[in-house]
Design a protein around this ligand. Structure first.
Ligand code: IFG
Length: 491
């Protein structure tokens, strides 16, 4: 069976520069080999594995002489890469291993859709030169409302990296559950991470420090930065159930398995609160090699505004004290922010004065408007999973917007990037994650990567149509949205 030849530009995110040369198609024959500089051996082995699976050929990795070459160096920018495909051979070059990894994802999409052992395949000739628009291209997984195991998170990671997503934000604490073991505060997970916690009591579980460290290392090898979030001062019922001294008047609160928000708050006027918060931030920072630590800050409806400002003024410097950049939901812009702090905009209003002021003060912003980028929004009114408080978000609506236009006063130069959060109140399995994330996360990935002028909904719609067979072959439970004219099994 000969798979249809994919076109050089049939890649998501769309690369910056695609120069097809049909006279230069490369035939992957039984004797093909991959050669790499020693420092790029890991990437070379990953490419060889993909080629072996696609063709059934041995595809050895050698130091020299292969018709497929992986070169580290000789190119200038971080994350950037260049691919040259010609009849006599293929060359992938980048200045960094991360750049090579990005080029590997592009080459993977030019192979047949994860077909197995189909013999000789052809790669479309030409040159791709590529680099990202924004450095921060992320998604968030809410482990608090419904816990997912390390293996389930790793599986999700393996799928999102194919679209050059390079940050995974983990929402580790909320009213319904505490999902990361904190040395010195064992009841957080013993009491609020166990069976019966989570929305509907079906989302129990937590990450031990060892599991978290392993997950961070797994992500790092795939050039994904884990961004841990401990949500404060609201969304804290789980912590207060475990430690009544954190509750107002030291009362013993009951666990919550509903999906209400805004009813809980730490007490900004008690020293026990800050001892707890600093212990948690210090432990999470020590476990996290990445530069970011998210302290939440959203929906603190039960924290008096003055107390909210007192709390954030004391807490926002703590990530910096432990070597991290503070990230927080944009409500935190109500207070003076530490210079490197990153507000994450998540609402649906046409403007936000706090975020605009933060941008004027030189802060970088992560754009996550719920009415475009929240993957837990229903696709349409018939979607069985998800919420619709921000409206329904179809595939076109998740693609056809630009973060540089979203908020007055928050232009391109103020943007660190984009992130697509997936809240888990209505999720119960990895298949549910995949259903809500695909095909909309690739849309957000393209917004984060592709030059704005090159983005076009009809082009994206046609390119994503070809991912049906690929996701089917990978066992990804994507939503066959009626907005897309899906290509069935490759001819
Ligand atoms: N808003 C809450 C989340 C979650 C979400 C569901 C933020 C920052 C609604 N806060 O989004 O906890 O409940 O769509």
């Amino acid at each position: 069976m000969r798979a249809t030849l994919r076109r050089l530009g049939d890649v998501i995110p769309l690369p910056v520069s695609v120069r097809p040369d049909p006279a230069a198609n490369f035939l992957v024959s039984p004797t093909v080999a991959v050669s790499a500089d020693p420092a790029a051996a890991d990437i070379a082995e990953q490419l060889a594995k993909l080629l072996r699976r696609a063709t059934g050929f041995p595809v050895p990795v050698t130091e020299a002489g292969g018709s497929i070459k992986i070169l580290l160096g000789g190119y200038d920018k971080n994350e950037a890469y260049r691919v040259d495909i010609a009849a006599e051979g293929v060359t992938l070059r980048a200045a960094t291993e991360q750049g090579l990894f990005n080029g590997l994802q592009t080459l993977r999409q030019l192979l047949p859709a994860e077909g197995r052992g189909i013999g000789e395949i052809t790669l479309p000739g030409g040159t791709i030169e590529d680099e990202p628009r924004f450095p921060y291209r992320g998604t968030m997984l809410d482990l608090a409302r419904h816990f997912f195991t390390p293996d389930e998170i790793k599986s999700y990671l393996d799928t999102i990296v194919q679209f050059k997503i390079n940050h995974l934000h983990l929402h580790l604490s909320d009213d319904q559950g505490w999902r990361l073991e904190i040395p010195g505060w064992p009841r957080l997970t013993e009491v609020s991470g166990g069976e019966g916690t989570g929305v509907d009591g079906t989302g129990g579980g937590f990450l031990t420090t060892a599991e978290y460290a392993d997950l961070v290392a797994y992500a790092e090898r795939r050039f994904v930065t884990i961004v841990p979030e401990i949500d404060l001062p609201g969304h804290v019922n789980a912590a207060q159930v475990a430690y009544p001294e954190l509750a107002r008047d030291g009362e013993q609160l009951a666990p919550r398995t509903d999906a209400e928000v805004g009813y809980s708050s730490l007490d900004a006027n008690r020293e026990e609160t800050y001892a707890f918060v600093e212990d948690v931030i210090r432990e999470v920072a020590a476990l996290t090699p990445g530069p970011f630590l998210h302290i939440g800050g959203d929906e603190a409806f039960s924290t008096p505004p003055e107390d909210y400002r007192t709390f954030l003024t004391r807490v926002l410097p703590l990530p910096g004290k432990y070597g991290k950049r503070a990230v927080g939901w944009h409500e935190m812009a109500a207070v003076e922010l530490p210079p490197s702090a990153v507000p994450q905009y998540w609402r649906i209003e046409p403007a936000d004065d706090g975020v605009a002021q933060a941008a004027r003060d030189g802060h970088q912003v992560i754009m996550s408007p719920a009415d475009r980028s929240y993957l837990d929004m229903k696709y349409d009114k018939d979607t069985p999973l998800g919420l619709d408080w921000a409206g329904v978000v179809g595939v076109e609506r998740s693609y056809d917007w630009d973060p540089a236009d979203r908020l007055p006063g928050v232009g391109e130069e103020a943007l660190l990037g984009v992130e697509a959060p997936l809240w888990s109140e209505t999720l119960r399995s990895p298949a549910d994650i995949e259903f809500m994330a695909f095909p909309r996360l690739p849309a957000i990935a393209e917004i984060g990567w592709t030059p704005r002028a090159a983005r076009d909904w009809t082009s994206f719609r046609d390119r994503v149509a070809a991912f049906g067979p690929r996701w089917h072959a990978q066992g990804v439970n994507f939503h066959r949205s009626p907005e897309i004219d899906w290509i069935d099994e490759e001819s």
